[in-house]
Ligand binder design. Structure first.
Ligand code: NAD
Length: 298
């Protein structure tokens, strides 16, 4: 039997790992753009919730007249939901969107390398884990890339494709073709700390926290400066609360560790808020206070 060649037309079935905020959107995009899609999530409740969320999202598209009811049914028919990573043994392509932890992702990539056929390209949606680390735990470093979708993946147009020095042009071209097929506008990025999007947004948020810490202005005024002065939908401190201060800190730490430059040091105010568990909307408190339904306290 001859080995299957990697090419876009040979990609029929895509595996998505992790059914959290990003994974469910990515799986929906894959199924909507014609691929059989297997979503793997170890937690039953999360998997059920993701399936429900995808059905609701597709129903909204039907209501808005963006897709027909028949199309909605066909998209759902293309999707399967599994608990075990071994279910990815017959996929042609993988997008990993599990928790942001180097150790967890290294384990996943080791398993994927064992489970998936040699032609399969393995990608990750990581925002800050070094791609080289994941490539190096596999026997196919030339086929390991980043495919960094933005939140929400169904709606946002931009996609960062991250390549390492080991990535082959052949794999890169397939990932790019696939991104375009999925309706995304890809940009190409090297394996540099936090890539482009996360590096820029993080630096912006950390600088806003420094402005508050140094008493340059009040939190409301710093946010207003960016909302009203720069037309941003959310101010940087509101955005930090929305993302979660623990996530903001871990990204800032990844930038600082990656570049070893003082300009990336996390603001001490960010560190102290995280230390006392004031993480933003999810804990009800950080720069602003939040009600149980996530709305901002006035
Ligand atoms: N949230 C964002 O705005 C955003 C944007 C771009 C990229 N990312 C990246 O996407 C990835 C996922 O982020 P998220 O916000 O969806 O996280 P999340 O915590 O909402 O979801 C992660 C999911 O992965 C599951 N998981 C844990 N271990 C697993 C395993 N071994 N196999 C399969 N699933 C496993 C968890 O149970 C969880 O449901 C991260 O790498 C993150 O950095 C997040």
């Amino acid at each position: 039997m001859t080995a299957k060649k990697t090419s876009l037309k040979n990609i029929k079935k895509i595996g998505v790992l992790g059914a959290g905020q990003m994974g469910k959107g990515i799986a929906q995009v894959a199924a909507q753009t014609g691929f059989e899609t297997v979503m793997v999530e170890p937690y039953d409740e999360v998997r059920k919730k993701a399936k429900k969320g995808i059905i609701e999202s597709l129903d909204r598209l039907v209501e808005l007249g963006k897709i027909k009811k028949k199309e909605r049914d066909q998209i759902l028919d293309r999707m399967t939901f599994a608990k075990d990573i071994e279910s990815l043994n017959d996929v042609d392509y993988v997008i990993e969107a599990a928790v942001e932890s180097t150790a967890v992702k290294e384990d996943i990539f080791k398993s994927l390398d064992r489970i998936c056929a040699p032609h399969v390209i393995l990608t990750t949606n990581t925002s800050s884990v070094r791609l080289g680390k994941l490539a190096s735990v596999t026997n196919r470093p030339e086929k390991v890339l980043g495919m960094h979708f933005m939140y929400p993946a169904q709606k946002m147009k931009l996609l960062e494709i991250i390549r390492t020095p080991a990535t082959s042009d052949e794999s890169y071209n397939i990932v790019k073709e696939l991104a375009i097929h999925m309706g995304k506008q890809p940009i190409t990025v090297t394996d540099s700390p936090c890539f482009v999007t996360s590096r820029l947004i993080q630096t912006f948020i950390n600088e806003a926290i420094f402005c508050l810490y140094q008493g340059v202005s009040s939190k409301e005024e710093i946010d207003a400066a960016m909302r009203l002065g720069m037309n941003h939908p959310m101010g940087p401190l509101e955005l930090a609360d929305f993302i979660g201060l623990d996530v903001v800190l871990s990204m800032q730490q990844a930038l600082y560790d990656g570049f070893q430059e003082p300009k990336y040091r996390p603001c001490p105010l960010l560190l102290s808020l995280v230390e006392v568990g004031h993480l933003g909307r999810k804990t009800g408190k950080a720069f602003y206070g939040y009600n149980a339904d996530g709305s901002k306290k006035v």
